[in-house]
Write a protein that binds this ligand. Structure first.
Ligand code: SDX
Length: 392
């Protein structure tokens, strides 16, 4: 029922791993966090509850959730000197590159977070990064816009305070729209973990050298940045904008995506594991209609996206290769409606994925897994003698 696969004894050297955190069935389009379906969690839980579930394995009761939240709030001040690191970047720097650097810089201000051995010290590092990461994420936007940097408002919720740090104009009474807070909370849940994807595998392998949680998360941010991974949500909107500018004709882009000589791929389509609909894409597509309706936003990009999806799903090339919309196909449309700039979409993905990265790092450390060391099949030259330069 769990779909568990048996790995050959040598699996430790093949880069695969055992994990009890997230279950995916790519053929059936099933996603579960610690056994709970993504559909139920997106509907009934909030992001901090899901973060607790992923990291500690159980849904928290009221007391556990309250303590978790308090422990996080107690750590939400970011060292003032981190602003010096931030201001060292040019305004043109991509927010994901800035976020990765700031996250790594956290180690310098929290040296005890490296090579933690006890569960207690791991917990201290975990609440620290859950507290500070959203602040750093918001600062990447504020830096780009040359705006004041705010620390977290500890009197409001985790997601609400993130939005406030991102969009607050001088006045202290900025209140994010409830529709936006709820929609972002749901999006963060949908991005929270996804088994051994590129960035999570990166976090696990960097963490396996005991480089510390902040350095491991920083590496995960860098891996997520790529347009084939988390950067796809930004690339989807850029692609849809191009289709719109080109008169909305999707057939040209479908043809380009099928052309083997053209490196262009339909962004937001296809997946390493899902050969059926990405269950998250289904939820986000429905949410896009709801959120834009509630916000009264008319975005022609949404209709172009639906037209592109329909055309691709009816095209034999995509049908033969089981290519369906993934989590990134519709998420950017909601972020846009929320007023989040395109360059910040992957930062939002990173904020959502943070609990999953943490959970996977903690699992790897508690299981005392050996340092990651994937093996290779050598296909290079056989042994040969050195040649002096005169004879080359
Ligand atoms: C994420 O792993 C995860 O779990 C990731 C993620 C997570 O939550 O962490 O789900 C988040 O990264 C989602 C993916 C976001 N990326 C994109 O949307 C970028 C566009 N997608 C593709 O680049 C691609 O689908 C990948 C990168 C996602 C997967 O690449 P693969 O493994 O090479 O795809 P494949 O092996 O399934 O490809 C099979 C065929 C190939 O053609 P043939 O050689 O058989 O002729 O399908 C083609 C591919 O060229 N193909 C596409 C395509 N995706 C695959 N052709 C056109 N457009 C596409 N999007």
């Amino acid at each position: 029922e769990t779909g568990a696969i048996t790995l050959d004894p040598g699996y430790k050297n093949t880069g695969s791993c055992e994990s009890a955190i997230t279950f995916l069935d790519g053929e059936e389009g099933i996603l579960r966090y610690r056994g709970y379906s993504i559909e139920e969690l997106a509907e009934k839980a909030d992001f901090l509850e899901v973060a607790y579930l992923l990291i500690f394995g159980e849904l928290p009761n009221k007391i556990q959730l309250q303590k978790f939240n308090t422990d996080i709030l107690d750590q939400s001040i970011v060292n003032e000197d981190m602003k010096t690191v931030l201001h060292g970047f040019p305004d043109s720097a991509h927010p994901m590159g800035v976020l990765s650097s700031l996250t790594s810089a956290l180690t310098a201000f929290n040296p005890k977070s490296v090579n933690v051995e006890s569960e207690e010290d791991m917990y201290k590092a975990i609440v620290k990064i859950l507290a500070k990461f959203p602040v750093l994420a918001a600062w990447t936007l504020r830096k780009k816009n040359n705006q004041t940097l705010f620390n977290k408002d500890t009197n409001i919720g985790y997601v609400e305070s993130l939005l406030k740090m991102m969009f607050q104009e001088g006045s202290k009474n900025y209140k994010p729209n409830k529709v936006v807070v709820n929609a972002l909370d749901k999006l963060l849940i949908l991005h929270a973990d996804h088994e051994q994807n590129c960035s999570t595998s990166t976090v696990r392998i960097v963490g396996s050298s005991h480089a510390g949680l902040f350095a491991s998360i920083s590496a995960g941010v860098s891996a997520l940045w790529g347009p084939l991974h988390g950067g796809a949500n930004q690339a989807v909107i850029e692609m849809l904008e191009e289709i719109k500018a080109d008169g909305g004709d999707t057939s040209k882009f479908i043809a380009k995506a099928k052309d083997k000589d053209d490196p262009f791929r339909l962004m937001g389509f296809g997946h390493r594991v899902y050969k059926n609909f990405d269950p998250r894409a289904k939820i986000i597509k429905k949410a896009a209609d709801e959120v834009l309706g509630q916000l009264g936003v008319e975005d022609p990009i949404l209709e172009i996206a639906k037209g592109l999806e329909k055309a691709a799903l009816e095209d034999q090339y995509f049908i033969d290769r089981k290519l369906y919309p993934n989590v990134d196909f519709y998420s950017g449309i909601i972020y846009r409606a929320m007023g989040i700039p395109t360059e910040m979409f992957t930062v939002m993905f990173a904020v959502g994925r943070l609990p999953g990265w943490i959970a996977q790092w903690r699992e790897m450390r508690l299981r005392k897994e050996p340092i990651g060391r994937p093996r290779q099949v050598y296909i290079g030259e056989t042994h040969r003698k050195f040649k002096e330069i005169e004879n080359r």
